[in-house]
Structures are given as structure tokens and as C-alpha cells.
Design a protein around this ligand. Structure first.
Ligand code: AMP
Length: 214
């Protein structure tokens, strides 16, 4: 399974990718997670990426491509991979084609998670991560018992630095202007699978698996 997850911020790419990882033993490669780790480590690359991330803009293609190239060379990707948050513009998509062509491992499919704007806003402004368990939660949608369980474990509900309303607005604009053209690009390539991303996580997952034929 070699797939790309396409979808606006908050469309559930990370959550659905984690489910495929658990069920199919593939790896999730999230450029957002790789970049946040680089920022947290204080590396030079992280320092270069931080300003763009804080502003909700895209980090430069050369930084992101370098990370992806390196990650795809690791042996755990042999079982398959899900690219989550990459590519984000047409130039990254062309580079990805080239990199995968060089290693003779082309994409099987590109899944587009489609979600209404109002729901995206609630998912993003309500999104939290438990500081102890790492579990992804949402103050609007998660059952109270799950939110309480994080606190009972001594954890705190941490909000991502770029999940504030101003940055969210910018990230959604960037998605519309730079990432959405990839829908046509992958449709023309015959790879696009559209999945309705509204509703319960388990229902979305069932639709996703059916779209992938797994
Ligand atoms: P995400 O976790 O995918 O929402 O990404 C968080 C932030 O990381 C984005 O708003 C961008 O600043 C940056 N980022 C993640 N993936 C990419 C990418 N493929 N190209 C450029 N910037 C990215």
C-alpha cells in the first residue's frame, strides 16, 4: 500500500492514517510531524521551518523534499507508506513522482478526504493532544470520558501552536490556493479516490477502506 492522503487541515488525514498503520503495518509519513520534531529539537532545519509554520505558510519545498527523500530510504517503508500532508503543491507532486520513479515504487492511490468548512473549523480549533498518552482528542467531539482519562493519567490537553484562529484561516487559504490543484492533477493520473470525511471516525474509515479496496 503506497498512498497519499489529500485533504484540508482538519480533514482527518492523521487520524485515518493512524488506523491504516495499526491495521495494515504500513508507515505514516507526516511532513507536519517531521517538521514539528525538527523545530522541537532546535536543529538548523527546524529553525528555518519555524517562521513559516507559525504563520500557517508552507515551508520551502527543498526542506520538505529532503526530509521525504531521507524518510523513504528507511527500510520500514518497504511494507508500504502513507504520505500525510505531502505533497502540498504541484511542484512537490512532480518531485514526488520523480523520487518514487527512481526507486520504482509508484503510488497506488491518492485519497481525498472531503469535509465541510464549518466542521473543519471545529476540528481545528477544538483539537488537542494528551501530553501523557499522545492521544489525539477534540474538546467538541471527543467523549467526556476520554478527555477526563487524559487528565486522570496526569496529562494535559495541549493545543498545537498553529491551531489558533488566525493561523487556521491562513492554512485553509494556502490549502485552497496551493494544494487543491492536486485534486485535478491526481484525477488526471487516474489515482484519485474521493472519500466523504464528515461523520464518525469509524464510518469515515469504513468508506476509506472501501475506496482503497482493502
Ligand atoms: P500539518 O501538520 O500537515 O498541518 O502541517 C503543519 C505545518 O507544517 C503546515 O502549516 C506547514 O507550515 C508545514 N508543512 C507540513 N507539510 C508541508 C509540506 N508538504 N510542504 C510545506 N510545508 C509543510
Amino acid at each position: 500500500m503506497r498512498i497519499v492522503f489529500l485533504g484540508a487541515p482538519g480533514s482527518g488525514k492523521g487520524t485515518q492514517a493512524q488506523k491504516l498503520v495499526a491495521d495494515f503495518g504500513v508507515v505514516q509519513i507526516s511532513t507536519g510531524d517531521l517538521l514539528r520534531a525538527a523545530v522541537a529539537s532546535g536543529s538548523e532545519l527546524g529553525q528555518r521551518a519555524k517562521a513559516a509554520m507559525d504563520a500557517g505558510a508552507l515551508v520551502s519545498d527543498d526542506i520538505v523534499l529532503g526530509m521525504i527523500r531521507e524518510r523513504l530510504q528507511e527500510p520500514d517503508t518497504q511494507a508500504g507508506f502513507i504520505l500525510d500532508g505531502f505533497p502540498r503543491n504541484l511542484s512537490q507532486a512532480a518531485s514526488l513522482d520523480k523520487v518514487l520513479g527512481e526507486i520504482a515504487r509508484p503510488l497506488d492511490a491518492v485519497c481525498l478526504l472531503d469535509v465541510d468548512f464549518d466542521i473543519l473549523m471545529k476540528r481545528l480549533t477544538g483539537r488537542r493532544t494528551c501530553s501523557v498518552t499522545g492521544k489525539l482528542l477534540n474538546v467538541y467531539f471527543s467523549p467526556q470520558s476520554e478527555l477526563d482519562a487524559c487528565q486522570a493519567a496526569g496529562g494535559q490537553l495541549v493545543q498545537r501552536a498553529d491551531d489558533n484562529e488566525q493561523t487556521i484561516g491562513k492554512r485553509l487559504t494556502v490549502y485552497r490556493e496551493q494544494t487543491e490543484p492536486l485534486v485535478g492533477f491526481y484525477r488526471d493520473a487516474g489515482l484519485l479516490r474521493e472519500v466523504a470525511g464528515d461523520g464518525a471516525m469509524a464510518d469515515v474509515y469504513a468508506r476509506l477502506k472501501s475506496a482503497l479496496g482493502v
